[in-house]
Design a protein around this ligand. Structure first.
Ligand SMILES: [Zn+2]
Length: 150
């Protein structure tokens, strides 16, 4: 279930465990320059082209701004969480499903995140998280291609 990301993926799924109400995934970011989505100009728009349902997400990160502004400038792990939630919604899981991204680099190690998905079907949650990491990798590569001729 874990460790199946190609080596060039920015996020590695290190562990998945069942917790009350869902699953908690440990994600490691291997590319520090991709820590925040603001390092990836246009990523929000490209993501919305792939998954328009994300416009329907609510995000309570403590800042009163829309989800689009939020995903354009947030921790990349938080973006991966929203992608995974949308993939689950697309597969028929309820849109009311909750997610949460926490990090404490002193406790867990640098660039290690804990992503909670309120999905009690562990395999579906795992698949969504892996697919979200793959989509994030693709979005970052698309960005790299944009600049490769510069
Ligand atoms: Zn959020």
């Amino acid at each position: 279930m874990t460790g199946r990301e190609p080596k060039d993926h920015p996020f590695l799924v290190e562990a998945i465990r069942e917790v009350p109400g869902g699953v908690e995934v440990r994600l490691r970011l291997t590319e520090p320059s991709l820590r925040r989505t603001s390092a990836l100009p246009g990523i929000a728009n490209r993501l919305l082209e792939a998954l328009p349902g994300i416009t329907r997400h609510r995000c309570e990160s403590g800042r009163p701004r829309g989800v689009i502004a939020e995903i354009a400038d947030t921790e990349s792990a938080h973006l991966v969480e929203h992608i995974a939630l949308e993939l689950l919604a697309r597969d028929g899981f309820p849109r009311t499903m909750a997610g949460r991204t926490d990090w404490d680099f002193r406790r867990d190690g640098r660039l290690v995140y804990r992503v909670f998905l309120g999905c009690e079907k562990t395999e579906a949650a795992s698949d969504a998280l892996h697919e979200a990491c793959a989509l994030f990798a693709r979005l970052t590569r698309e960005r790299a291609e944009c600049y490769s001729t510069a």
